[in-house]
Design a protein around this ligand. Sequence first.
Ligand SMILES: Nc1ncnc2c1ncn2[C@@H]1O[C@H](COP(=O)(O)OP(=O)(O)OP(=O)(O)O)[C@@H](O)[C@H]1O
Ligand SMILES: [Mg+2]
Ligand SMILES: [Zn+2]
Length: 270
Amino acid sequence: MEFPDQIAKKAKIRDTMALIKNKFLVLSGKGGVGKSTVAVHLSVALSERGFLTGLLDIDLHGPSIPKMMGLSGQKIAAEGGLLKPLTYNENLRAVSMASILDDQETAVIWRGPRKGGAIRQLLGDVFWGPLDFLVIDAPPGTGDESLSIAQLIPDVRAIVVTTPQQVAIQDVRRSLQFLDKVSLVIVGVIENMSGLICPHCRQEIDLFKQGGGEALAREWGVPFLGKIPLDPNLVSEADAGRPYFKGHEGSAVVQAFNRIVDEVIRQSRL
Ligand SMILES: Nc1ncnc2c1ncn2[C@@H]1O[C@H](COP(=O)(O)OP(=O)(O)OP(=O)(O)O)[C@@H](O)[C@H]1O
Ligand SMILES: [Mg+2]
Ligand SMILES: [Zn+2]
């Protein structure tokens, strides 16, 4: 049985989502593979191509989006019961729990059953207005958060991030099984940290065996969106809160992201 306030909350989510043309959940069975990095760079690239984009960080335990975008410290205020996203640029807005609550409050909310309520609130109470894209950055694994998203946004589609190592591939295979079970459409698989760009000569070094992500995509019959090399510059830029595009246009990482963005746009309804 559903209570009237739950029905009202679901209606609010439906109304908010109805104004957004394409929704993506960036996820992976494994932590630290670059989900947030992919979510940020995909969002920034889409916004720079002129698309109205929203980036929603639902990682409640380790929200990293505000830091990567240079937005940490800014707080989101509720206006008339609605949350106004932070502005990154003219076309890109972002929301993270880290921008709404302080660390102590976050620790309390994210325990157990209140998680689902918090996700519903993030989906229903943020005023995005009309958007071309909403990119949702999931926490590692296929926990409550991803399940809530799958249930609350029927037309959300998944972008799966992996690294080439077998351990990651194993975990990511489990995410693909999860996506199958909840009938989520998969936009494709991205293999991140695929090869290393040498900081000295900028040549690519085949650090881990490459191609695991591509093989996995083939095995599941889903598109392979592309490989992104490991680039030490990306880490320092992320730590400085600067997404890695300006001044790095020719780099292998930026070129890889651009190809991925082309494919994502090709698969989108605009
Ligand atoms: N292609 C890359 N080259 C270099 N560093 C990278 C690359 N991708 C991600 N990183 C770095 O790896 C670290 C982990 O990345 P990120 O936070 O995006 O992973 P995540 O999957 O979101 O992690 P979590 O599971 O904790 O949410 C970060 O320091 C990030 O800057
Ligand atoms: Mg993350
Ligand atoms: Zn070198």
